[in-house]
Structures are given as C-alpha cells and as structure tokens.
Design a protein around this ligand. Structure first.
Ligand code: SAH
Length: 258
C-alpha cells in the first residue's frame, strides 16, 4: 500500500524543505518522490543535511515539467491545501485520506498522488482543480499554513497508521512459541511464589492470618496483572528468602559469650 503513494511537490523553493520531505517520507515508509518544476537545486548541502540519511530519496526522485506529467499514471490525486478556496471541492481530513487507502489500493494498477504546493503561494486554483479531492490539516484558524515537510509528515503518518492497521503489517504479538512468551512464569511457579510471599509476610509480622483483610487476594491481583517472567519471579523469591533470613537472625538472641 505505501509503495503506491507518491508525494508530489510543486515549485518548491527551499532545498532544505525537499530534504525534510525526504526524511518525513522515509520515516513513514514512503519512497516515491516527484518534483514538479522545482525553483531550487534539489541536491544541495542543505537538502542532504535535512534529509538526515534519507537522501537516497532525493537522488531517486523524478522531476517533471508539469503536474500532469507527475500524476499521469495516478488513479487518485489529492491536493493538500492550507486554506479553503472559493470553489468548493470534495474535502477530506487527513484521517479520512488514510482510511480510504485500502479501498483505493485494491486495483493492481492503483497509484495515489498527494500533491503539495509552493512555500509562498501553495497550489494554484488550476492545480487544485486537477485533484479528485482536497485534504486540509486542521490547524489554528489564524495560522493555518504548516511548513511543507511538516505537512507531508502529517499526511504520511496517517497513511502509515492505516497501513499498520492491516493485520499483515501489525507489529507481531508475542506468540505462544515465541521465546519471550516461553519465559513467562507458570501457574505452579506463581503458586509457589504466593505461598512463599505469605510465609514471609507472616514471619515479618506484616500479615496476620487470623485477620487477613484480603491482603493475599490483593497481592495476587497485583502480581498476576504484571504477568511476571520466570526470571523476575526468581528475583522476587530471592528477595523473600533474604527477608526471611534477616528476620530470623534479628529474632535470635545474640550468642552469649561466657
Ligand atoms: N502560504 C501557502 C501555504 C504554503 S505551505 C498558502 O497559503 O497556501 C506549502 C504547502 O504545504 C501547501 O501548499 C500545502 O500543500 C501544504 N500545507 C501547509 N499547511 C497545510 C494544511 N494546514 N493543510 C494541508 N496542507 C498544508
């Protein structure tokens, strides 16, 4: 899905912003960058340093003379706009954009362009009218224009969140055969621990079995919630043994020296 998304920048004038866009894209797993009539050099010290290790996207980016050329093969073109225009157009939120992606990507030839405008003047009306829909990032109404790379970051993040929601891309849950899951303490180990805990609490006179006040039930609930690993339970049992030993030596009267 993410490989179907192309970020199109029109008439960008600061190399640093192009570098920042490359970084935002690579952070979110996007790789297709297209530049339309950039008004600056693309590969400069500034763009490379702002790309912070994602400059391969700059070297790989395609340059086009017009928006049409950059989105020719795209099945959905969405223009990012900082303000509302005179002619109403289908408007979606960044979240809706993300949520539409799985459906939009069903066709094998599907390709989606997210189009961003110039730092000083945004997208022209003619450019906006070449888009299927517009997306506006909700902002403070009095200060609605984001930095170009920041705007790309927000939309790329929403795309990634949807991508992560797909079961095949979700971070793997610990499976039963996972080594980390195998180290979880068993029921029997926990029961030994609870018995040891109770003995120790009685020995140090914290717990009075004649007046239990649900102490052990509350402690059980606490430790069971934590799902301790075997190794963690061993540490706790070590602490209990040391506590018992110290309590015992405190109650033995000092040996008498004749
Ligand atoms: N001064 C310009 C905005 C330039 S910001 C104007 O008033 O239109 C550069 C680009 O970042 C914009 O063209 C747009 O594509 C994107 N952008 C900035 N803020 C945005 C916002 N709040 N929502 C959607 N896109 C935004």
């Amino acid at each position: 899905m993410l490989e179907r998304i192309r970020i199109v920048l029109i008439g960008t004038s600061h190399p640093g912003n192009i570098g920042g866009v490359a970084r935002a894209m690579h952070n979110m797993g996007l790789a297709d960058l297209a530049l339309v009539a950039p008004r600056c050099e693309v590969i400069t010290q500034d763009s490379i340093s702002r790309a912070s290790g994602a400059d391969h996207l700059l070297h790989r980016s395609a340059s086009h003379p017009t928006l049409e050329a950059a989105v020719n093969d795209c099945t959905l073109v969405v223009g990012a706009s900082a303000r509302s225009r005179t002619l109403p157009w289908p408007m979606i939120s960044p979240r809706e954009l993300g949520q539409r992606l799985p459906e939009e990507c069903r066709a094998p030839q599907a390709r989606i362009a997210l189009v961003f405008g110039r730092e000083d003047s945004g997208l022209t009306n003619a450019e906006l009218q070449r888009c299927h829909a517009h997306v506006h990032i909700p902002t403070n109404a009095d200060f609605s224009s984001l930095n170009l790379a920041a705007a790309v970051q927000v939309l790329a993040y929403e795309c990634r969140m949807t991508w992560l929601d797909q079961p095949e891309n979700a971070p793997q849950q610990q499976k039963a055969d996972d080594p980390a899951a195998q180290t979880l303490a068993t029921h029997a180990e926990l029961e030994h621990f609870f018995a040891h805990l109770e003995r120790t609490l009685i020995a140090i006179e914290f717990h009075d079995p004649a007046q239990p006040r649900q102490l052990m039930a509350r402690l059980r609930r606490l430790y069971l919630r934590a799902r301790p690993e075997r190794m963690e339970l061993n540490i706790l049992r070590g602490i209990l043994s040391a506590t018992e030993k110290t309590a015992k030596s405190a109650e033995t009267p000092p040996s008498e020296h004749p």
